[in-house]
Design a protein around this ligand. Sequence first.
Ligand code: AMP
Length: 356
Amino acid sequence: MSTLAPGAVLGILGGGQLGRMLALAAFRLGLRVHVFAQAANEPAVQVTDRATLAPFDDQRALDAFAASVDVVTLEFENVPVASVRHLAERVPVRPGADLLAIAQDRLAEKRFARSIGLETAPFAAYDGGADGSNLAELSFPCRVKTRRLGYDGKGQIRVSNRAEVAAAFAALGGVPCIVESEVAFRRELSVLVARRPSGAVAVFPLAENRHADGILRESFAPAAASPDLVAQAETLALAVARGVELAGLLAIELFETLDGRLLINEFAPRPHNSGHWTLDGCSVDQFEQAVRAVCDWPLTPARALAPCRMINLLGDDVDAWPAWLAKPSARLHLYGKEEARSGRKMGHVTLVGDDA
Ligand code: AMP
């Protein structure tokens, strides 16, 4: 493939808010955008003039999509890996199918992290069939999590002893699970790393993330952190990016232990909610950096310009939009979603500077 130039067409798998913000960044750099989504009112479809509305496993739609774009990226993790492999035979897909396969499976993710020498919470696979003897090493309480399709705290149950695991497994639908010891963490952090296919990498400043009911509520960035912790996070991000031969952007969710170690929680091969602050407080935002990486264009160093506090607007929170608009230090981002269902990510606000 020749080098991509402005005017080329970026294909985005998924039509959500991450796709919308990716598309806007791509347009800013002179690209065209073709979104593969399911419905005309999805956030990313609203901002593009080219959209395919079809299921992700519709092979004819995938073929036509591949023929109309120069490179493909994704904003949504649960695209079938087989569809991505199908596309990748026709057009470059970045990040690629192998990384997606890891990121879709919590067990593969943790095994991969261990295989490159990184730490995770103690874990064991559980599919109900075995006698559970592989759980003997785990300290309780634990989280029983479905290996696939969990998000925002869904698909997981907390258990206080080994005897409760089987019931949790059944309540989760009897699908393959991972059982993970609960970590007494100091806080949750995340780091974003971009890598070009040709190998150059750029790591973003750490964000500190606060969740409620498994959903991200707020991120603070750059996270207050010692130089040693920052160096640890960078080393880890580079190890993951090289280990998976990343082409594009990858988010890594971390637990900081009470004694200052970083444990890998999960990966997302796409822009991440905890990186939204970069739109307003960083020398480059995560969406632009993702576009640069996917196009194999030069990356730019990601430096925080001001302290930021990103607040997710979930469900009815969005009704406060006039008040956020009236606040000088607040930058409001709305995703164009019609229905403010409870817990749904409708938009976010970034407070920049002293108010953060
Ligand atoms: P996850 O979907 O795995 O990211 O889990 C959602 C949230 O649940 C995390 O952001 C943590 O707040 C919490 N959580 C998940 N796994 C663990 C664990 N092993 N120990 C402590 N908290 C956890």
